[in-house]
Design a protein around this ligand. Structure first.
Ligand code: ATP
Ligand code: MG
Length: 569
């Protein structure tokens, strides 16, 4: 059955960036155009933090009738790979955004960037420096002490130009020289103390291969890419605030050179931080490389690919991004809000099913052998249009092992010796006898049903508890993977420890021999269900196993709803 569409209401976000854009349009700035961009470096998979940036950039463009470019900021060949280029496109598309024909690569501008750099040299705005990296750091000064001029700062233009050409030609080894902007070594802003524009790096690039052995820095490449593409609003995270004067310097120094289609404006916003989560691509890569998770799309990963495989809907991720909003101040968002958002979406959409994760066999002694009866089960109580289905009931069924207790405490309203419980959509069941193994663990229950108690019947009695079940003869075996938080600490790695030491050892529980209602066996990869009383589950996307595999997306317990109710939100 196709999944019904999301009922998440698109609310129009309001934030300081949208205010700026609206004002710019009103005042006729940027030629009354809006063109944003999402500029990932293809050195890892996208994560939930990137989703915030994607929703912002594509969202603003859409709302103001503009465009959003997808640009790979591929200026560092040693860490980048086509695998990442491909996954990033897949993930942006999955989130529901379309860059149409606006797919760009910073590496496509390498020649132009090089020509601009020669121009800066000729105009006395850049020079080749031959200090070592350590010396450059030492000469840079500190937050309290001004920097010192490099002895090569005033080298003649012709000499810098000749050296820069030799750098390009491959004459020098890595680190022998760099190209630096000539700005101000005494600037209170360290980023303005003759920042490096080009480095020598003899490395093969995933697109330009061996055409280049010098590569531009982010601070040089980014503003040029923005201006060449006609970007109007260049939205980035707060750590680039102190780089903005340099961004402007690059654009202003080169705007007379031709080839720029805008005077882009950099605006910074606070990045998304989530508790119990890390978002450093370097650390996420370490998790993958050290096989602490099963790949970038492991459902425990905060990557878009991981969330997708876990069963998150793109609508829920976008809704989450709307709810957290965009602000200028750093904060930490509770991951329970993300879980709440997906739970809300799935509650409205997901077809219900019966699944017994830890089966306990039940024989109903007063039900005829070989008889099968079909009971009516509701597909989604939140969505009457989803209708109902017939579920087979027979003499031997499975129930959840922990829905039975030999010696129940008070207020245990499920099954125990001599007690009664309602079988969801079916009869009232009474436990007559317990069969245990040598250790006293129940392995089978002998029960009876009240044959007059079929659910929905007018004369039906009421009992306190209701449990789920599946008919043994009709059940399908499956593997079910239960996920918990990947990190046990709210702020993994706080106090300077390696976050990987905070891994939750119980983040994955694999259950085999789970018993599913047969309807679930035919679930197509990626389809999502609520297993009644258990949570939301998604048929695994990557499973090659013969038995179906389901990933738990989220449990039914909503800690966020509790938190926000308490806070009166
Ligand atoms: P790094 O630069 O260390 O590789 P990054 O996470 O900044 O990591 P990019 O590929 O440069 O990776 O990010 C692409 C875009 O996504 C940037 O504009 C960046 O500001 C934005 N972004 C990255 N992380 C977050 C986050 N946690 N919240 C919001 N935006 C983010
Ligand atoms: Mg970055």
């Amino acid at each position: 059955m196709p999944e019904p569409p999301s009922t998440v209401e698109p609310t129009r976000p309001q934030d300081f960036i949208r205010e700026i854009v609206a004002e710019d349009l009103k005042e006729g700035r940027h030629g009354r155009r809006v063109n944003t961009r999402f500029p990932p470096e293809p050195n890892g998979y996208l994560h939930i933090g990137h989703a915030k940036s994607i929703c912002l950039n594509f969202g603003v463009a859409e709302e103001f009738g503009g465009h959003c470019n997808l640009r790979f900021d591929d200026t560092n060949p040693t860490k980048e790979d086509v695998e990442y280029v491909d996954s990033i496109q897949e993930d942006v598309r999955w989130l529901g955004f379309d860059w149409t024909d606006r797919l760009f690569y910073a590496s496509d501008y390498f020649e132009q960037m090089y020509q601009y750099a020669e121009r800066l040299i000729v105009e006395g705005k850049a020079y080749v420096d031959s200090l070592t990296a350590d010396q450059i750091r030492e000469y840079r000064g500190s937050l309290t002490a001004p920097g010192r001029n490099s002895p090569h700062r005033d080298r003649p233009v012709e000499e810098s130009l000749a050296l820069f050409r030799q750098m390009r030609a491959g004459t020098f080894p890595d680190g022998a020289h760099v190209l630096r902007a000539k700005i101000d070594m005494a600037s209170p802003n360290i980023n303005m103390r003759d920042p490096t524009l080009y480095r020598i790096r003899h490395a093969t690039h995933h697109r330009t291969h061996d055409a280049w052995c010098i590569y531009p820095t982010y601070d040089y490449a980014h503003p040029i890419s923005d201006a060449m593409e006609g970007i109007t609003h260049s939205l980035c995270t707060l750590e680039f605030e102190d780089h903005r004067p340099l961004y402007d310097w690059v654009v202003d120094s080169l705007s007379a050179a031709g080839g720029f289609h805008s005077r882009p404006q950099q605006i910074e916003f606070a990045r998304l931080n989530l508790n119990y989560t890390i978002m450093s691509k370097r650390k996420l890569l370490a998790l993958v490389e050290q096989e602490l998770v099963r790949g970038w799309d492991d459902p425990r990963m905060p990557t878009i690919a991981g969330l997708r495989r876990r069963g998150y809907t793109p609508e829920a991720v976008r809704d989450f991004c709307t709810r957290i909003g965009v602000a200028k101040k750093e904060n930490v968002v509770d991951v329970a809000l993300l879980e709440h958002t997906v739970r809300e979406d799935l509650n409205r959409r997901a077809q219900r099913g019966l699944a017994v994760l830890r089966p306990l066999r039940v024989e109903i002694e007063n039900y005829p052998e070989g008889q099968v009866e079909y009971v009516e089960a509701v597909n989604n109580p939140e969505d009457p249009s989803a209708g109902s289905r017939k579920v087979p009931f027979s003499r031997v069924i499975y129930i959840e092992a922990d829905d039975f207790m030999k010696e129940p405490p008070k207020k245990f309203f499920r099954l125990s010796p001599g007690s009664e419980v309602r079988l969801r959509y079916a009869y009232i069941l009474k436990c007559e006898r317990v069969i245990t193994d040598g250790a006293g663990t129940p392995i089978e229950l002998k029960c009876t049903i009240d044959t007059e108690s079929l659910a929905g019947a007018t004369a039906s009695r009421r009992v306190k508890g209701t449990i789920h079940w599946v008919s043994a003869a009709h059940a399908v075996d499956a593997e079910v993977r239960l996920y918990d938080r990947l990190f046990r600490s709210e702020d993994p790695g706080d106090g300077g420890r390696d976050p990987l030491t905070d891994l939750n050892p119980d983040s994955l529980t694999v259950l085999t021999g789970c018993k599913l209602e047969s309807m679930l066996a035919g679930a197509s990869a990626g389809s999502r269900f609520q297993f009644e009383r258990q949570g939301y589950f998604c048929a695994d996307l990557n499973s090659s196993a013969s038995a179906p595999v389901f990933n738990r997306t989220v449990t039914l317990k909503d800690s966020w709803a509790k938190i926000s109710a308490k806070a009166g939100k």
